[in-house]
Design a protein around this ligand. Structure first.
Ligand code: AP5
Ligand code: ZN
Length: 216
């Protein structure tokens, strides 16, 4: 089943993705991760995307939509497993492009998981986030500390703060979300695909709520 994770920056999309991948064998297509991979490898796409990401603006659709299909078309056994879209679509044009491309592939968006979280929680989560550039693991300076400060538990890599995780950029990311991405809540509600989750709960509770609601 194709599942979209829809929510503001810091809502916990990446955190829930990791649990669904580990426990339900899902595969993930995370556009932000694909862009960051391209930036660290200094590809042409990375060079083009960087300034938008550093400001917290959306990367233009013409750089985004094709890479989603490249990734989706490489997923093996995709009809039998969960394919998670994390961070895509982020505006109405992307949502329409997704519907069209899915129809061309004789499949569809199954469910859309919407994370409901207040802005003050988002800012606290994002400014306190630390990530491992080597394995992608995510931590938080108070909510989810590594056993040794600054070091990844999974691979021993040195934890860093993302370039766009400062307060000023986060505020712009939240406003971009409100202007361009939040209309998708209604779009998918009307399509009867929306599942609303209380993203302010603990990561384990969020996973349980996802699992319960998906089963219904
Ligand atoms: P992207 O990488 O997608 O970032 P985002 O949407 O801003 O989301 P985040 O990764 O910040 O948050 P998250 O919801 O995954 O939270 P997480 O689980 O890590 O996009 C970055 C940029 O790329 C965009 O600004 C844009 O420029 C570009 N881009 C990407 N996709 C695009 C597209 N489709 N079109 C155009 N441009 C695009 O959690 C955050 C923190 O909180 C962590 O520290 C975590 O430990 C903690 N936490 C998580 N859940 C909980 C919980 N339940 N309780 C307590 N703490 C928690
Ligand atoms: Zn690591």
């Amino acid at each position: 089943m194709n599942i979209i994770l829809l929510g503001p920056p810091g809502a916990g999309k990446g955190t829930l993705s990791s649990k669904i991948i580990d426990r339900l064998g899902a595969v993930q297509i995370a556009t932000g991760d694909i862009f960051r991979y391209n930036i660290s490898n200094k590809t042409e796409l990375g060079m083009k995307a960087k300034s938008y990401m550093d400001r917290g603006d959306l990367v233009p659709d013409e750089l985004t939509i094709d890479l989603v299909w490249d990734a989706f078309d490489k997923v093996e056994d995709r009809e039998e497993r969960i394919v998670l879209f994390d961070g895509f679509p982020r505006n109405l044009d992307q949502a329409k492009a997704l519907d069209k491309g899915m129809a061309e592939r004789n499949t569809e968006v199954g469910k859309v998981v919407y994370f409901d979280v207040a802005d003050n929680i988002l800012i606290e989560r994002i400014t306190g986030r630390r990530v491992c550039p080597d394995c992608g693991a995510t931590y938080h300076i108070t909510n989810s500390k590594p056993s040794k400060e600054g070091v990844c538990d999974k691979c021993g890599g040195e934890l860093i703060q993302r370039n766009d995780d400062n307060e000023e950029t986060v505020k712009n990311r939240i406003s971009v979300y409100n202007d361009f991405t939040s209309p998708l809540i209604d779009y998918y509600k009307k399509a009867g695909k929306l599942i609303k989750i209380d993203g302010a709960k603990t990561p384990e509770e969020v996973f349980n709520e996802f699992n319960d609601k998906l089963g219904k």
